[in-house]
Design a protein around this ligand. Structure first.
Ligand code: F6R
Length: 246
C-alpha cells in the first residue's frame, strides 16, 4: 500500500483526478469504479474541469458505482444515482449505456446484486476503483462485522453510518436503513484501488489501515491484502489535529 499525503483537500482532489485521467488516457475504454460521499466531490469537480479543457474523453469509459441506498428513488437528491449525475455524469461525455449504479428502485434486490456482480465480470473487471472510507472503517457499505460478504449484496447500515449520513437528510429517520453494495471481494478484484480520505475525523481509521493489521472489524484493512492500493489523503487525515505522525 502506498500513501500520498497532500497539503489539503484541494490537492488531494487534484491528485486523484490526475490518476483517473491517466487511466483513461492509457486505456480509453477502461472500467472505472466510482464512490460517492463528501470526499470525492472535489475530485469529480476537477474531472469536469479537465473534460472542459479537452484533457479527457469519457466516451468509451464504463463505470460501476460502489453502492446505493435501498430502497430509494433515483429522483431523490440523496440517492447516489442523483449524486453521480449531479457531480459528474451530466457534465462529461460518458455514454449513459455504460453507466452502472445499483438500482435502488428494484423490486428484486437479490437479483439486482447478482446481475450487478455479473455485469462487472462481463466487462472484464474494474481497472481502477475509487474508495472513500467511513469513520468506522467501512468501504462501500461493507460495515464492520465478524465476517464480511464477499459479493455484491444487500446490507443493513450500522447506527454509526446512519448517524454520519443523516447530515444529508432532513432527519436520521429518513436515511434508508439498507443499501446495495459491492462486496469486499468485488472491490479487491479491482486491478488498482485509490482510497481518498480527508479531515481529522478519518485520522483514527487511517491509522488503523496503515497499521497493516487485517481485521473485519475495520473492513478497509482488508485492502492490505491487495497489491496495488494507493491512499491519497490530506494532512489532517494523516496527522490528525495534533500533527502527530501515524
Ligand atoms: C460511498 C461509500 C462510502 C463512503 C464513506 C465515506 O459510495 O461507499 O463508503 O465512501 O461513507 O463517506 P464521506 O466521504 O462522506 O466521508
Amino acid at each position: 500500500m502506498r500513501i500520498s499525503i497532500c497539503e489539503n483537500y484541494c490537492e488531494m482532489s487534484k491528485e486523484a483526478a490526475k490518476l483517473i485521467a491517466s487511466q483513461i488516457n492509457l486505456k480509453p475504454d477502461c472500467v472505472l469504479g466510482f464512490a460517492t460521499g463528501s470526499t470525492p466531490i472535489g475530485m469529480y469537480h476537477e474531472l469536469c474541469e479537465m473534460y472542459k479543457k479537452g484533457e479527457i474523453d469519457f466516451s468509451s469509459v464504463t463505470s460501476f458505482n460502489l453502492d446505493e441506498y435501498y430502497p430509494i428513488k433515483k429522483s431523490n437528491p440523496e440517492s447516489y444515482n442523483y449524486y453521480m449525475w449531479d457531480n459528474l455524469f451530466s457534465h462529461v461525455n460518458i455514454n449513459p449505456q455504460k453507466i452502472h449504479i445499483p438500482d435502488g428502485e428494484t423490486l428484486d434486490p437479490d437479483k439486482e446484486c447478482e446481475d450487478y456482480e455479473n455485469a462487472i465480470a462481463h466487462c472484464g473487471g474494474i481497472d481502477l476503483q475509487i474508495l472513500g472510507i467511513g469513520r468506522n472503517g467501512h468501504i462501500g457499505f461493507n460495515e464492520p462485522n465478524d465476517s464480511l460478504d464477499t459479493k455484491t449484496h444487500v446490507t443493513y447500515l450500522t447506527e454509526s453510518t446512519l448517524s454520519a449520513n443523516s447530515r444529508f437528510f432532513a432527519s436520521i429517520d429518513e436515511v434508508p436503513k439498507k443499501a446495495i453494495t459491492m462486496g469486499v471481494s468485488t472491490i479487491l478484484k479491482s486491478k488498482k484501488i485509490v482510497m481518498l480520505a480527508s479531515g481529522s475525523s478519518k485520522h483514527h481509521v487511517i491509522k488503523e489501515l496503515l497499521s497493516e493489521k487485517v481485521n473485519t472489524a475495520v473492513p478497509a484493512t482488508l485492502l492490505n491484502i491487495h497489491r496495488d492500493v494507493v491512499v491519497i489523503c490530506d494532512k489532517e487525515a494523516y496527522y490528525g489535529n495534533d500533527t502527530e505522525k501515524c
